[in-house]
Design a protein around this ligand. Structure first.
Ligand code: NAD
Length: 735
């Protein structure tokens, strides 16, 4: 049998092995051609009496990441075109048929009469795991790299090729809904205890085990197709079902604030599907899936969180012509809060680290942070003692700058003081190789100014991490006026090596992310002073789609830091650059009340030693007045939070700080949690159209002041009917 993407062999025992191994791709993905191949495999296995059954595995390091999302993106575009040409109904019919093909194919495999087993090596996600779920038996490799899961909700979709129905029939409804809502990746041992796979075994044995199951008389029937099958949580309309479904609805609301239609759709699909026989249930699931695939939220999330993110990770902004750099050794100067974590993530990527501080004790303290993080991993069973030893052996803690001699890159994370930085730059450069690159992790000092202290300013670049470094995926790479291509390339290669996502921005106060975050915090502060009840501020922010309310967030980053930034802005840019109401609040909190945030147990919240934090009751005296919550316009409060950030992003584009809409969008979601369902700050504007956004800004400006005035770029775009992505594509064509 000729297949483009699989090898197909039948062994002497009559068991077929289909090995998925796509040419020219490092990872298998589901494409129309793969679907065609799978269809032929099913026909062959079902039709040849000499074949007893079939094992599906992968010839790559991983099983597969799932469907080719650009294929799904293309389907959405085809729908829009067809709707224009032949009308909504014809387009919808086409779309439904197309988007259900995979679901039908998997059902055909499941009911073809011959047993299928999946031998899952490595990562197996999304549509690929749905394939495994359609197989009658699953064996996963039990190594560290293996993960199974259905992460579709993370890009605004849900598992619509039968995954939702099968998971809901394999495990208790509550657990299934949680898995579908969260889209988490699951390790092999957990997958086994959740009944998602039947066996977990060493990688070298999984194919043999799958074959043994077939030869041992493995049944070619899914449990739900067998006589007498009972749902794990009983019927929807049963006392047990009624314990689950009303609560499920509430959990949906709590987790999503009703911002994610895909999650609502999966809730519907499971609720309705569990009341139907499998084939009808799959049809219902397909109908919801076709609707979700056409939703603006899915389009925005696929573009930003999959397509753009992948492009940035692959070096979309890397200067052409600079050969790839191999980063073997990195120096980190300043072993404090940030430096210690930068050392950890670097060593964790297998890179040698020299960690420098003012004395041996301080350097050792920074290294101890890696010891603690690795110990936590060991306690969770995610690392072995040998892994910790190996990682620690890669970090040399010392006060001696001479150790920087053979570093390819040196990053400073010393005190935020220009004089200290200047001294450190001079000392480091004297010790470094002449071709090595210097990066600064400053969050507020202009990179161009710091580069002025360097002997080799073209080898100087900003590498701005976000806290906590171990968790935050975003790194802003900041170009000083003098930064050369090699410095940029090395910075991007480094960010890639430590498996984070870079955005490249030009030098300006606050760069990009912190400017937007600053506006978010300010809006929360101003609402507080207007008399909006604090709990309402926090809740409305989450309803708008932000992961944490502005008051909580400010407590985490420290209120005195916010005050410091406001004061520095005033000193540098004049009184008009800060909002006096915000300043008054921050002065009151920090200087009069001594409330600095979580770090001293007192901020906008109180942090008791035991128990949960709660909003500080004294806030009402600071605000002076309290508005009636029932008289407030919740929709407008939500808009204020998103508009203030999106407007700042638009200003960053106008000022040339951010030059690529993909970076503004990706950076906003992974950097500061900007409502992911919008696709990011600029997609939020593009989604409603510049004209509507400008009108919204003007309405807010009239009610709340000039901070909401739209900038000239937005007015111009509104007049011309332009979008940020349209302009970027136009600029690319012109170049
Ligand atoms: P920190 O005070 O925790 O750490 C600074 C470290 O630098 C200290 O260990 C100190 O001993 C060391 N140091 C000072 N002078 C030195 C010298 N001459 N030689 C060697 N070591 C020296 O500060 P931090 O919060 O880690 O911030 C460090 C840098 O990172 C600052 O530029 C800050 O703006 C930036 N940053 C901080 C955050 C954050 O959330 N804290 C986020 C992004 C960037």
């Amino acid at each position: 049998m000729e297949l483009a993407n699989f090898r197909f062999d039948v062994d002497a025992d009559g068991v077929a092995l289909a090995t998925w191994d796509m040419a020219d791709r490092s990872m298998n993905v589901i494409t129309p051609q793969v679907m065609e191949d799978l269809g032929r495999i099913v026909d062959e296995v079902a039709g040849d009496a000499a074949i007893k059954g079939c094992v599906i595995t992968s010839g790559k390091e991983s099983f597969s990441g799932g469907a080719d999302l650009t294929m799904l993106q293309g389907l959405g575009l085809a729908y829009a075109q067809l709707a224009k040409q032949q009308g909504e109904e014809a387009a919808m019919r086409f779309f439904f048929d197309e988007s259900r093909k995979l679901s039908l194919l998997y059902r055909r495999l499941e009911t073809c009469g011959k047993p299928f087993a999946a031998a899952i090596n490595g990562v197996c996600l999304g549509g690929a795991f749905e394939l495994a779920l359609a197989c009658h038996y699953r064996v996963a490799s039990d190594d560290k790299a293996t993960r199974v899961g259905l992460p579709e909700v993370k890009v605004g979709l849900f598992p619509g090729a039968g995954g939702a129905q099968r998971v809901a029939r394999l495990m208790p409804t509550g657990d299934a809904l949680q898995m579908l809502f969260k889209g988490e990746q699951i390790r092999p041992a957990a997958a086994k205890s959740m009944n998602l796979v039947q066996e977990a075994a060493p990688r070298a044995e999984i194919v043999a085990k799958a074959k043994a199951w077939i030869l041992g008389g493995g049944k070619a029937q899914a449990p739900w197709d067998a006589e007498g099958y009972r749902l794990p949580s009983n019927k929807v309309y049963s006392p047990q079902g009624m314990m689950i479904w009303p609560a499920a609805n509430a959990i949906y609301r709590r987790e999503t604030q009703d911002n994610y239609p895909a999650i609502k759709a999966v809730l519907h699909a499971v609720y309705e599907g569990l009341q139907l026989p499998m084939d009808l249930a799959l049809k219902v699931e397909s109908r919801y899936f076709a609707n979700i695939l056409r939703s603006p939220q899915a389009a925005a999330m696929i573009r930003t969180l999959f397509v753009s993110m992948q492009e940035l990770n692959k070096g979309a902004r890397r200067p052409a012509g600079v050969p790839a750099s191999v980063i073997r050794k990195v120096g980190v100067i300043g072993a404090g809060f940030m430096g210690a974590s930068v050392a950890y993530v670097t060593a964790n990527a297998g890179i040698e680290v020299v960690l420098i501080d003012r004395d041996q004790e301080a350097a050792d303290k920074g290294k101890a942070h890696s010891h603690k993080l690795m110990t936590d991993q060991i306690m969770k069973g995610r690392a072995k003692t040998a892994d910790r030893d190996a990682l620690l052996a890669r970090i040399t803690a010392t006060p001696d700058y001479a150790a920087l001699a053979d570093c390819d890159l040196v990053i400073e994370a010393v005190f935020e003081d220009p004089r200290v930085k200047a001294e450190v730059i001079a000392k480091a450069e004297a010790a470094m190789r002449p071709d090595a690159i210097f990066g600064s992790n400053t969050s507020t000092l202009p990179i161009t100014g710091l580069a002025g202290h360097a002997q080799r300013p073209n080898q100087f670049v900003g590498i701005h991490f976000f806290s906590p470094v171990e968790k935050m995926l975003l790194v802003e790479v900041i170009l000083a006026k003098q930064t050369g291509d090699k410095a940029l390339a090395v910075a991007l290669d480094y960010v890639r090596a430590i498996r984070k996502t870079p955005i490249v921005v030009n030098d300006a106060r606050g760069f990009y992310a912190n400017r937007c975050v600053g506006n978010y915090l300010r809006e929360g502060h101003l609402m507080l002073m207007e008399g909006v009840p604090p709990a309402m501020i926090e809740n409305v922010a989450r309803m708008a789609g932000m992961p944490v309310g502005p008051l909580s967030l400010n407590d985490e980053v420290a209120i005195d830091l916010a005050l410091k930034i406001v004061k520095a802005t005033k000193a540098q840019l004049g009184d008009a650059a800060v909002d006096p109401v915000q300043e008054k609040l921050l002065v009151e909190m920090v200087e009069k009340q001594g409330r600095l945030g979580r770090k001293n147990g007192k901020g906008f919240y109180d942090y008791p030693e035991k128990g949960q934090k709660s909003l500080w009751p004294g806030l009402k005296d600071i605000a002076g007045q309290r508005l009636d919550p029932d008289a407030l316009d919740v929709e407008e409060l939500k808009q204020r939070f998103l508009v203030t950030q999106a407007l700042e992003a638009a200003r960053s584009v106008e000022e040339g700080i951010v030059t690529d809409p993909r970076e503004a969008d990706v950076g906003s979601i992974i950097g500061f949690g900007f409502a992911p369902y919008t696709g990011g700050t600029l997609s939020y504007i593009d989604g409603m159209g510049a004209k509507a956004f400008v009108a919204l800004c003007e309405k807010l400006a009239a009610r709340h002041g000039p901070r909401f005035e739209p900038n000239a770029l937005l007015r111009d775009m509104a007049a011309k009917g332009e979008t940020f992505y349209g302009r970027a594509a136009g600029a690319k064509r012109a170049a």
